[in-house]
Design a protein around this ligand. Structure first.
Ligand code: ADP
Ligand code: ASP
Ligand code: MG
Length: 462
């Protein structure tokens, strides 16, 4: 069971978490718990560390440490009074550690990927101590483990590390013996390299932690407890009548999360898929709702489209020139240059004339991409590279689209009727996803039009 930031934000939410875990445990299940940082803490850690590396002013450190002390201490005192002294000391150790490293970052005016990773795990470090104490106060035997102690061994790719295969046996050896008589509380979002250097798994990485652990111990189910009833037909903050999807396939969720649906970490499906473990997304604040089951078999619905997602802050890169026509190696050069500068390409399209290749990347990487690709212009391999920042990408996802005729036609004629100009289109060969780019200001309207066109607010009729 993984509990996200809002589920563990304060005393009252933790009471719900305890009820959920207790009821599973007392009905004879073995339960391992993965927790995130309290909502907002990871963002605060990132901001603080970044500011300290670039500013002569270090006066923010003390009030920041104090705010963390108050925030976590309050929950501890309210919900685990018996353990307040014992766990209070452990929190102080962590805070002292954090304070020293923040001071070091400031003194050196340097934040390396390695020290950044170490710093941003403190949200989970502090919170897991509190959650575990609350479990004990409520009669659930519990211990805490950091990601490394739990056996998550990762690549050295700081900020976006991935679990290595050797994690599996390690996790099994560490976690399974604990399950017999405790509920281990594992700090999400982090792991370590083979030499013990702390790494993080990418933003929202606790979902991935839960999936890695659930797959390694061959759990019957991986439960992602969050603050909505399940995976919905669209981000409910954008489409107010978005509906919860009762069953969805691994592949569909992968497409949704790669395309920005913030409900799950993009890599968190793969470990579960390998072991064919059901991942259930449920609401901590409405546990009787069945939630969404993410399963292997594709659930075909009479509706071909299952969900929509929308990514802002992207940029479109156009590479063009007649020189590219029939010339092998242009694509290799483009992707090689971008990969060398760590620019992640989200969408690719090339017309049959070959005189134009269009890519979609994160907006924050636009400058780097332009710089990297200017080499090709200087070499005469392409005529020009232009970028467009004022755009967003929309993905239409559903396994029912594979082989269904006319879905693309429906999407683009609905958009056309709504007066929306489509700037780029891609469809993968799996046909589970059709994505397109529109002007930033047209994004929400495009989502609304397609949500209505495919009747996504209506009940499932599987
Ligand atoms: P947690 O702290 O539990 O990890 P997150 O904030 O990371 O929670 O993810 C849950 C949020 O994801 C929801 O509150 C919702 O606003 C957002 N979200 C975006 N797209 C979707 C979607 N398709 N279905 C459900 N929630 C979504
Ligand atoms: N606390 C981390 C983040 O905010 C990981 C997570 O919440 O899953 O990204
Ligand atoms: Mg999350």
């Amino acid at each position: 069971m993984k509990f996200g930031g809002t589920s563990v934000a304060d005393g009252p939410s933790l009471t719900r978490v305890v009820d959920i875990v207790k009821s599973a445990y007392q009905s004879g299940n073995e339960v391992a718990v993965v927790v995130s940082a309290q909502r907002g803490v990871t963002d605060q850690l990132i901001t603080m560390a970044t500011e300290l590396a670039g500013s002569p002013d270090a006066t923010g450190i003390e009030p920041f440490i104090n705010s963390l002390r108050i925030r976590h201490g309050k929950v501890l005192l309210e919900s685990a009074e018996e353990y307040a002294d014992e766990v209070g000391l452990l929190l102080e150790d962590q805070l002292c550690n954090l304070e020293s490293i923040l001071k070091a970052v400031h003194n050196l005016r340097e934040l390396t990927p390695r020290s950044r990773d170490y710093i941003i795990t403190f949200g989970e470090r502090l919170n897991s101590l509190v959650v575990s104490a609350v479990f004990r106060q409520q009669g659930l035997p519990s211990t805490t483990l950091d990601g490394c102690e739990a056996g998550i061994i990762t690549t050295q790719n700081h900020g976006e590390a991935m679990a290595l295969p050797e994690s599996e046996a390690k996790i099994r050896n560490r976690i399974i013996p604990l399950l017999a008589d405790t509920v281990p509380v594992i700090m999400g979002f982090m792991g370590c390299t083979t030499t013990g250097v702390v790494t993080t798994l990418g933003r929202s990485g606790s979902d991935y932690s839960a999936a890695i652990i659930g797959a390694a111990i061959e759990a019957d189910e991986i439960l992602i407890w969050t603050d909505v009833d399940g995976i919905m037909t669209s981000d409910p903050r954008l489409i107010h009548d978005a509906r919860v999807i009762s069953t969805i396939s691994y592949l569909e969720v992968m497409e949704l999360s790669y395309f920005g649906a913030k409900v799950m970490h993009p890599r968190s499906i793969e470990p579960a898929m390998k072991k064919d473990i059901v991942v259930r997304v449920k609401n901590t604040f409405n546990p009787s709702h069945p939630g969404t089951a993410i399963v292997k078999s594709e659930q075909r619905d009479s509706r071909v489209v299952k969900a929509l997602t929308y990514i802002e802050k992207v940029a479109m890169v156009n590479i063009c020139g007649a020189q590219m026509i029939g010339r092998p190696g242009v694509a290799k050069a483009i992707f090689g240059l971008l990969a060398d500068r760590d620019v992640n390409v989200m969408m690719i399209s090339q017309g049959s004339s070959e005189a134009n290749i269009t890519l979609v990347i994160e907006e924050s990487q636009e400058h780097t991409a332009r710089e990297a690709l200017s080499v090709l212009v200087n070499q005469g391999m392409v005529r020009q590279v232009t970028t467009n920042r004022d755009v967003c990408a929309v993905a239409v996802v559903g396994s029912g689209m594979a082989g269904a005729k006319g879905t693309g036609g429906r999407i683009f004629s609905a958009l056309g009727q709504g007066g929306i100009n489509v700037m780029m289109i891609t469809q993968g060969s799996s046909e589970v996803n059709i994505s397109f780019v529109v002007r930033q200001e047209d994004g929400p309207k495009a989502m609304r039009i397609l949500h209505d066109e495919f009747r996504l607010s209506e009940e499932d009729n599987e």
